[in-house]
Design a binder for this molecule. Structure first.
Ligand SMILES: Nc1ncnc2c1ncn2[C@@H]1O[C@H](COP(=O)(O)O)[C@@H](OP(=O)(O)O)[C@H]1O
Ligand SMILES: [Mg+2]
Ligand SMILES: [Mg+2]
Ligand SMILES: [Mg+2]
Length: 352
């Protein structure tokens, strides 16, 4: 069967690629007062807002009926105190919209020389990401910069976009400007895009859209895996992972990496398993933090569940609901990792 989402995938790759150009150039010039702290104390930069405006504008131009679940909203930018940041974001988003057409782009998508929006147009584009999510219909998720803390440290981050249809992720695209194209050939440089369509495989491309490689998670013995985990101890429990590592007899230390680059790394054979268990503060995982990664891993031959062994539910709204953690791994070892997680949970003093 031919790829039913070929058009959506092409648009998503073009939007993510353009947004990766924006975020890379923002990083070079980011200055201290260009970051806000949100209500949940997490950072958001001019890059996050501008990249969401850019991706949302392209989606709206190409697929105007599709709702968008975006991480950011423009309320802090609409007030007088937000003027300086607003002006900078409008400039950045318009520079990215106006940038020359790259391979795969079409002027009809509202990009290329001469394509600019007013400040209100940019703020409205950000706020089109206000869809509440839910169990039915089509919707896109945008995480314009996933791993904002990694972005600010100059480490890993990812531009993440997915199409969910009736609660199932059908298309996932993850752009990783700081990830090596090929870890075994560092001289090839950094910048990769990962893309998957349900039932139609997972691929890696360069940021320019060249050199496609099909992704397959290679089989690995459980004792040889290296868990992938967040850098930020507040985002998932490092001590829980340490206990799972002991229970499984895994020798290697975990690999810490920000953002959904972890899902991408897993797909090309790095690590073997991504474990994200809650820290116990009642945080609910957001759908945009997992939707593209889920379809990517499944299409690369892996399995993604929570700690009950159930599939993640993308139909509950903007979050995944009550937090039972996330376990992603190759098909062959997922059952063993899941069993070890459940064994650690059952220990009298589970270090969750
Ligand atoms: N207490 C918490 N527990 C789990 N995830 C959290 C969290 N606080 C924030 N996050 C999410 O963790 C994401 C980053 O994950 P990672 O640690 O894998 O890089 C953040 O995405 P953003 O950076 O897009 O805000 C944010 O949505
Ligand atoms: Mg954030
Ligand atoms: Mg995120
Ligand atoms: Mg983000």
């Amino acid at each position: 069967m031919s790829n039913p989402y070929a058009h959506e995938e092409r648009v998503a790759i073009a939007a993510v690629r353009r947004a990766c150009g924006l975020t890379s150039s923002v990083f070079e010039t980011l200055i201290k007062n260009e970051t806000l702290t949100k209500g949940d104390k997490s950072p958001v930069t001019v890059g996050d807002f501008a990249a969401q405006a850019l991706i949302s504008t392209i989606l709206h131009n190409v697929l105007p009926e599709d709702p968008i679940v975006g991480e950011e909203d423009a309320s802090d930018l609409r007030v007088e105190s937000g003027k300086e940041m607003r002006d900078r974001i409008v400039g950045l988003a318009n520079d990215a919209l106006k940038a020359p057409l790259a391979a795969g782009d079409e002027a009809a998508w509202g990009v290329g020389p001469g394509k600019e929006l007013t400040a209100d147009g940019i703020l409205d584009a950000i706020d089109r990401g206000n869809h509440p999510g839910g169990p039915t219909g089509r919707m896109w998720t945008i995480d314009p910069i996933d791993g904002t803390k990694g972005f600010l440290r100059g480490e890993q981050y990812a531009v993440c976009l997915s199409l969910i249809v009736d609660a199932k992720v059908q298309v996932g695209v993850i752009g990783c400007p700081n990830l090596l194209i090929d870890p075994s050939q560092p001289e090839r440089g950094k910048g990769a895009i990962f893309s998957a369509v349900r039932g139609h495989g997972a691929r890696q491309l360069t940021l320019e859209g060249t050199d496609p490689i099909t992704l397959r998670i290679p089989p690995t013995a459980v004792e040889n895996l290296k868990f992938l985990e967040s850098v930020e101890a507040a985002h998932s429990s490092h001590s829980f992972n340490d206990r799972v590592t002991e229970v499984l007899g895994v020798k290697a230390a975990p690999v810490r990496m920000d953002s959904q680059a972890k899902y991408a790394a897993l797909c090309r054979g790095e690590g073997g398993s991504y474990l994200r268990m809650p820290t116990g503060v009642g945080y609910r995982e957001k759908i945009w933090d997992h939707a593209p990664g889920e379809v990517l891993v499944v299409e690369a031959g892996g399995v993604v569940t929570d700690s009950r062994g159930q599939a993640l539910n993308f139909g509950l709204g903007r979050t995944l609901g009550e937090n039972f953690g996330v376990i992603a791994a190759g098909k062959d070892i997922h059952p063993q990792v899941l069993a070890a997680v459940q064994a650690v949970q059952a220990e009298p003093k589970a270090k969750v």
